[in-house]
Write a protein that binds this ligand. Sequence first.
Ligand SMILES: [Zn+2]
Length: 448
Amino acid sequence: MTDYREPQSIMPVASDSAAVPRSIPLPLRLAQVAACLAVAYCALDAARHTTVAVPPQGPMLFAAGDAAPAALSQLADLGALAGPPLASIEVIVQRQDTLERIFRRLQLSLADLADIRALDGMRALIDRLNPGEQLRFLHRDGSLLGLERHLSLTQKLEVRRTDTGFQATVVPRPIETQGTVAHGVIESSLFEAANAAGLADPTVLELARIFASDVDFVLGLRQGDEFSVYYQRISQNGEYVKDGEILAARFVNQGHVFEAVRYVGPDGVAGYYSPDGRSMQKAFLRAPLEFRRVSSGFSRARLHPILDRIRAHRGVDYAAPIGTPVLAAGAGRLRFRGWKGGYGNVIEIDHGGGIETVYGHLSRFAAARAGAHVERGQTIGFVGMTGLATGPHLHYEFHVNGQYVDPQRVKLADARPIDPSLFADFELKTAPLLAALAPSAAAQVAVR
Ligand SMILES: [Zn+2]
């Protein structure tokens, strides 16, 4: 059974549970006050309720004895009791709503609300509501018996009236995760191919983040580049909710194959590593731009080449909308920030080891000032067209010992490998994840 929602009205809904009467008389005072609410009113479906949640060992936040199972059985019992029927109201939280306002609208007892809020630790869980979220109120003839709120994807707060007052329990909301492989070939853009392969946008961004040191996702993609992603799909009650973590991924860029696998160390910290145990997060980003903001840059850059008149042009030009965040390609010291002839507003970063990067034509600078230390990926400025530029773009240079090198091709130093003492554990845990990618590898070979 899905929740019945009828905005701007409140109406009885027949229950499919034999334990609850088919026709629910509507408490008159609730009907009067709820006309302005987006409210769904339905009979409590005890059967559904028992299947939804509450495994026997719900973690207890509040001193309430054997509460989780008790709360449940108590609820089922309530439905079967004689007297006015138990009913539930689902309320969609409106802008500026507080529990007090909702209680007033529903003409529920503010004394009950005060009692609930007085429970230990409760205020942190209910005092801030999010517009659009759904709360469930259980009542009998307008008298509050319970309140439920989804605290997160995996946790639900249940408040119940008992003989000794209200008690609250945080119960788990079970989710199912399923490993899934997506494979795509890029025709015009990464997003297009990835969405067609079933990946949600946050997963596409994560994919680009994982390979950000290996692949220039702004200028470096080519038609025919391929990816395979082994990732989790999260569902709840059989319905897809969102993508979970990427567990392993392969990216084929201009014929180069890159692979990454997720590994959670004994310290609980997760990271992505190449199959031989080197961190995917190398010292530099290939493209010092926020990829999300130039996701169509693949085609844009091809369609609208930028005329950049910096003398003896020796940089990479990234066409991007004005205001696109420009990121420090690697950690270092911001050596210069200001105006320099054809570069316009420019930033120079000294990364040590003879490596220096330059970012020209900026519209404006971010907070970091000259002399400051910046982190890899930190926003240092914003794309513009200051200086000698005919269109908005970032002019980017990569210098090694004073010599310009192609930042798209420069070989970056290997990042810190996984600790040797962990390598056996790493191989054990990541082998099945990499194996999950294998079918699509076979498919790639077949296609080529
Ligand atoms: Zn340039």
